[in-house]
Design a protein around this ligand. Structure first.
Ligand SMILES: [Zn+2]
Length: 566
């Protein structure tokens, strides 16, 4: 005999074995004990929690030749036939696929005939709410005068979609979502019986993913077993189910959004109970913010290393944040990660940390802090963020910060040559502005506008990037990651490490903007050329160190730590 899926193999055959629905099963047992059998039952509740299973047990009991202790014997011919789905007296009808009036008319015909072997003809109609109105009405006629040997058991996930006239003719039982601990308990029983080695943490993951449905839990366990065999490591459960962090973090996001400290503590409890490594939890949270940040900046979920099924949810979560808020949340989390190693009481530390996140305010004021208190315009930009004096050569006619111009403002400029890729000849003469009579960027100082050397760009690049960062954090950050390597005519070439191609492309797409910023800052009209290559940075980076060594996050730590935190 081949492999039998767990949900079938472990399907309860007695009322007592139905998990988490004692309020239903014992009421049914009391009723049958007193011989008060209804002609129609309505079982409601979410999918996979035992409605159909209970219906079958009831059907079996009613037709059992030798019922015992208010349960079917599961041994007589009738019981065996019903268990195997071969009984002529118990018919299961799927309301979703037999919706029409014809099916119900047919049903009305067959109900007239007495049962062949058992006491009753029992019709189990699953997803009864899916029936059409006409079919409902036809069904109602049968229900108004049911033959004494006929019993209907309707099951539905949407009781409100069932006609009230139908509901009123049934005895209704509301099944409940199965509590996490009960699902874990049953999974544990199954694993022990099947000789499966698996940790409680892993079972918790499965149970949580199943979201109250025993059937889902069992089929998830099936998946895990077929992938990992009988000795199941925790990591493979997380990997196979692809759930751990994402669901948890999305829920954490929700409670933070609602400023719900008890919700946040509840999640922390779950994490502790599930036996997660707490530093993993923090690392995962940093990843989460970082993913949102990338989504927020690019709108391209394909860039993230998350399962496709999460793309939509991540995108909608990302939409709820400002880029700068995500930066700050990321920073807070990274700081916490750093401190975490030395913390004695990890739980208290994490509770404090989560409280901090719950009371996290939108970072509007952070920018004010960063720009030295002056929130408007560029007044605050004459120094670097660390307060050192400016050493930037002031070339050209514009001194930076003196124009009152917002940094994001773009200039009209000649773009006719943008797509040339070959280096241009050394331009000792004033640049040509043939395309635009209004572009006067070098009109006042033509020679000065062209005299900036590579060295001067290199010397001031960091400061320039910091300057940009204050208004445009992401762009400024990416600019700190490249360095000017060549000036040729009007072309300024900057080099990114080959590991940072994504950042390079991001900057390249904003060349116009960067060129305008360079013009503002250096007083020099250039055409930006971005290229990727080997900068020696690659060796230092390993995947494990990503969170800390990643230049963006690293710089964000440095940047914010020095400026805001503490
Ligand atoms: Zn029996």
């Amino acid at each position: 005999m081949g492999y039998q899926v767990l949900s079938r193999k472990w399907r309860p055959q007695r009322f007592e074995d139905v998990v988490g629905q004692k309020h239903v099963t014992s009421t049914l047992q009391n009723a049958i004990e007193q011989d008060r059998i209804a002609h129609a039952y309505l079982f409601t509740g979410p999918r996979g929690i035992g409605k159909t299973t209970t219906a079958r047990i009831l059907a079996k009991y009613l037709n059992c030749q030798n019922p015992q202790d208010l349960n079917p014997c599961n041994e007589c011919k009738n019981c065996e036939e019903i268990t195997a789905g071969r009984s002529f007296d118990v018919l299961e009808i799927d309301g979703a696929s037999n919706r029409g009036i014809d099916n119900i008319r047919e049903l009305r015909e067959v109900v007239k005939y007495p049962p062949s072997d058992g006491n009753y003809r029992i019709y189990i109609v699953d997803e009864v709410h899916m029936l059409t109105k006409e079919a409902f009405n036809a069904l109602l006629k049968t229900l108004e005068e049911p033959p004494s040997h006929v019993i209907f058991i309707f099951a539905t996930t949407e009781p409100e979609a069932v006609l009230p006239t139908i509901v009123s003719r049934t005895q209704r039982f509301d099944f409940k979502r199965i509590p996490l601990q009960k699902i874990i308990g049953l999974l544990r029983t199954i694993c022990e019986a099947e000789g499966i080695q698996i940790s409680d943490g892993a079972l918790t993951l499965i149970a949580r993913k199943a979201d109250g449905s025993m059937r889902d839990a069992e089929s998830l366990l099936d998946q895990v077993i077929s992938f990992a065999g009988s000795d199941i490591p925790d990591e493979s459960v997380a990997t196979i189910l692809g759930i751990v962090d994402y669901d948890l973090y999305i829920r954490l996001h929700s409670v933070l959004h609602e400023r719900d400290p008890s919700g946040a503590f509840g999640i922390l409890n779950e994490v502790l109970r599930a036996g997660y490594d707490l530093s993993e939890f923090l690392a995962g949270l940093a990843d989460f913010w970082r993913n949102l940040l990338v989504l927020n900046a690019t709108g391209q979920p394909d860039l993230l290393e998350i399962p496709e099924t999460y793309h939509e949810r991540f995108q909608s979560v990302a939409g709820e944040y400002e880029e700068r808020d995500l930066l700050r949340l990321l920073n807070l989390t990274l700081s916490a990660q750093h401190q975490f190693r030395d913390v004695r009481n990890q739980r208290v530390f994490l509770e404090n940390f989560l409280l901090k996140l719950v009371h996290f305010d939108s970072s509007v004021r952070i920018e004010e802090l960063l720009s030295g208190g002056g929130a408007s315009g560029v007044e605050g930009m004459s120094g670097t963020s660390s307060g050192t004096a400016s050493a930037t050569p002031k070339r050209g006619r514009q001194s930076r910060g003196g124009t009152g111009r917002n940094i994001g403002q773009k200039k009209t400029r000649v773009t006719g040559e943008r797509h040339q890729t070959t280096p241009e000849p050394e331009a000792d003469q004033p640049e040509e502005n043939s395309g635009s009579a209004n572009d006067t960027s070098n009109a006042g100082d033509p020679s000065g506008g062209n005299s900036l050397s590579l060295e001067e760009f290199q010397t001031s690049w960091e400061e320039f990037s910091e300057h940009v960062k204050r208004e445009k954090t992401m762009l400024g950050q990416f600019l700190t990651e490249c360095e000017p390597v060549n000036v040729s005519g009007k072309v300024l070439e900057v080099l990114f490490d080959r590991t940072l191609k994504f950042h390079m492309n991001w900057v390249r797409e904003r060349s116009d903007e960067v060129e305008a910023l360079i013009d503002d800052y250096f007083g020099r009209t250039v055409r930006l050329k971005c290229k990727a290559g080997d900068t020696g940075r690659t060796d230092k980076r390993t995947r494990e160190e990503d969170a800390e060594q990643d230049p963006i996050t690293r710089a964000i730590i440095d940047h914010f730590d020095g400026e805001i935190i503490r």
